[in-house]
Design a protein around this ligand. Structure first.
Ligand SMILES: Nc1ncnc2c1ncn2[C@@H]1O[C@H](COP(=O)(O)OP(=O)(O)OP(=O)(O)O)[C@@H](O)[C@H]1O
Length: 645
């Protein structure tokens, strides 16, 4: 371009003037318009006339060839011509500027149309990409005498090519300038945002430091490299006498015992005691910032915070101990589900433990509520079968006709109403484990022979089945009936009786092991208080005497029920003698019949049952509940005492 200028020396002054004007003005935004008006427009207009265009078609073609844009003639009137310019050279890639900028194109069009219409025409840009329009539009009208485009005639017509190049060059400079200006504006804006963000970060940092300093413990933050990146005033005073640039200090340079590496590695906090300058501190190092650093705290043990913390820990430890005990008690209950203090019970338990290790059939005997079921389960749990099922059958609850099906099962279609696919019996369900036949005296005579065969051979057939099944099941039976008498009367098979009676354990009634009573009472008080969330009560001395001397026809079960009611209904922390008497009297008239209850006479038990039956309108469920025995046991007792209701 420079060579070109030199060769055309006559243009050089003009060119130099234009560029000089342009460059001088680039630094001043206000002058841009003057430049555009005076140079671009007039220069372009001059060039436009030099194109010597005669028709509008020629105009469209030439403008396109020059790469100035795509012309569409929108309107040709006497007073004005409207031209649309797409892909405009000046503005098609500019952002919104808020003003029309295509003086160059306006000039070209004004010049070209001047030669077409043979009049001196001027163009004004009415639409522009820089105004947000999607194309440029120019209105071309006849030049007014006092028009500001005064330089139009100043430029000589034959300086065409270099003039065009100069104009394009100048335009490019302006375009670039505008782009740079825009970029700079954007950059300035981003810069402002960045500065604001930096100021915010500074503020946050300051705020964090204020918080750190207001915490009454020594605090420091150590990063992954062991650099102490934050420290509060308290810690500075303690360690560095306040004047350090903490950012430069590494943990290795200070005399701190630290476990920050271990904390970073495991993600688990570490806590220990240390004495620093004669003061006992709790040092607590915990991971922060997703494991990128460690927060180190020195908490004086004497501080209120620590006192509170220690109190809380103490409390939690107690609570923890309590629940641990509870779990252990439960665990213990599972294995040792019995209160055994009396000699008689101790003896029974010793025997039961021995028996547990064998596979022999056991017959448990004893009055209702003496713990036969509890001990049956205990035998199972102490045996090698403990990981297999313990199947309980209450023989009093199974209707006679269903007994065989329940115990041995049946094949499909065994009887009307039978399940389509047949049914497994309880014996099969107990495979590998133990079956407990409670109240064995209730087993129908017809089923007794089949049970006998099972006890002898461990074999049986299901109802309607031909296949013989063999199962490995231990049998434990229990009764509070006089089986010998039943055998004598022909109600119980003698051979079955002998089979069952291989090992016979009789559990003593409570009245024969009164030493267990206070322990049972305390256990039940504790259990129920925990269950109901009430405070643990105690029984007054006189009250305890009454409970120990009481006859307890329903044995442990009855005692359990009475204690439960006393825990719920007694008013104070101590369960009084009066409350106990009233509770026992609600079952029967204790005043009238004290000796009766304190005696162990069958006649008295008979009378008690009759009285209660009358009292509760012969409602046996209510009576058995009051006695703390099951309904079948009540029936057994009624049968035993010939009570006919
Ligand atoms: N030694 C004991 N220690 C603690 N609780 C016991 C003890 N013996 C029995 N019990 C409790 O007494 C209640 C009655 O016990 P269990 O059902 O074993 O008696 P049972 O002799 O089988 O009675 P029944 O002949 O009426 O079926 C149960 O709640 C049981 O937990």
């Amino acid at each position: 371009m420079n060579t070109l200028y030199k060769n055309k020396s006559e243009n050089y002054d003009n060119l130099e003037l234009s560029v000089k004007q342009l460059i001088d003005s680039l630094s001043s935004t206000e002058n841009i318009n003057t430049i555009e008006d005076d140079i671009y427009y007039n220069t372009a207009k001059n060039f436009g006339t030099r194109l010597n265009i005669k028709t509008y078609d020629e105009l469209i073609e030439k403008v396109s060839q020059l790469g100035i844009g795509q012309v569409t003639i929108r309107m040709i009137l006497d007073e004005k011509i409207v031209i649309q310019l797409d892909e405009c050279f000046t503005c098609s890639d500019l952002d919104y500027l808020g003003k029309a900028v295509c003086y160059f194109e306006a000039g070209i069009l004004a010049g070209a149309i001047s030669t077409i219409v043979n009049k001196d025409m001027d163009a004004i840009e009415t639409r522009c990409n820089a105004l947000g329009d999607s194309f440029c539009e120019f209105e071309i009208t006849e030049k007014k005498e006092n028009s500001k485009n005064k330089n139009f005639h100043n430029i000589e017509h034959n300086k065409d090519i270099s003039l065009l190049n100069l104009t394009l060059h100048s335009l490019n400079l302006v375009k670039n300038y505008k782009k740079i200006e825009n970029e700079s504006k954007r950059f300035h804006c981003t810069n402002q945002k960045l500065n604001k963000a930096l100021r915010n970060v500074e503020k946050i940092n300051e705020f964090n430091q204020i918080i750190l300093d207001s915490i009454p413990n020594c605090l420091a933050v150590i990063d992954r490299n062991g650099t102490i990146i934050k420290i509060n005033n308290r810690y500075k005073k303690l360690c560095f006498k306040n004047n350090v640039e903490v950012g430069n200090i590494n943990i290795k340079d200070v005399d701190w015992k630290t476990r920050y590496e271990e904390v970073l590695k495991t993600g688990e906090p570490a806590i220990w005691h240390e004495i620093i300058d004669g003061v006992e501190y709790l040092i607590f190092e915990s991971p922060i910032d997703d494991g990128h650093g460690v927060l180190r705290q020195l908490i004086p043990v004497e501080s209120d915070f620590i006192k509170l913390l220690l109190q809380k820990i103490n409390f939690l430890e107690k609570e923890n101990r309590y629940y641990k005990n509870k779990v252990m008690e439960k665990e213990k209950d599972k294995i040792d589900n019995v209160i055994v203090y009396s000699e008689k019970m101790k003896e029974a338990v010793r025997y039961i433990k021995k028996v547990s290790k064998t596979d022999a059939t056991v017959l448990l005997r004893g009055e209702s509520g003496t713990g036969k079921s509890v001990f049956a389960r205990k035998i199972h749990e102490e045996s090698l079968r403990k990981d297999y099922p313990f199947v309980y059958i209450d023989c009093t609850t199974i209707p006679k006709n269903f007994f065989e099906a329940e115990l041995f099962g049946y094949e499909p279609g065994a009887f009307t109403g039978a399940r389509k696919n047949g049914k497994k019996g309880k014996l099969e369900a107990a495979e590998g484990g133990t079956i407990f036949l409670d109240e064995i005296a209730e087993i129908p005579i017809e089923t007794q022979s089949k049970l006998l065969r099972f006890l002898q051979e461990r074999k049986f057939e299901k109802i309607a089945g031909v296949k013989t099944h063999t199962v490995d099941v231990r049998v434990i039976a229990a009764t509070n009936q006089n089986l010998e008498e039943m055998v004598r009367l022909g109600n119980f098979r003698k051979d079955l009786y002998y089979r069952l009676n291989v090992i016979n354990i009789t559990l003593p009634p409570l009245r024969e092991r009164w030493e267990d009573i206070p322990h049972l009472i305390n256990k039940y008080i504790l259990d129920f208080s925990r269950e109901t969330g009430t405070e643990v009560k105690e029984v007054s001395e006189e009250g305890m005497k009454i409970l120990i001397n009481y006859d307890w026809p329903g044995n442990v079960r009855e005692l359990e029920n009475v204690v439960k009611r006393l825990v719920i209904f007694s008013e104070g922390k101590v369960i009084t003698k009066e409350e106990i008497l009233s509770e026992l009297n609600s079952t029967y008239d204790m005043e009238k019949d004290t000796s009766y209850h304190l005696n162990n006479s069958e006649n008295n038990e008979r009378n008690l049952i009759i009285n209660l039956l009358k009292k509760y309108d012969y409602n046996k469920t209510r009576v058995s509940k009051e006695l703390g025995i099951t309904r079948p046991t009540l029936y057994n007792k009624m049968k035993k005492y010939n009570i006919d209701y």
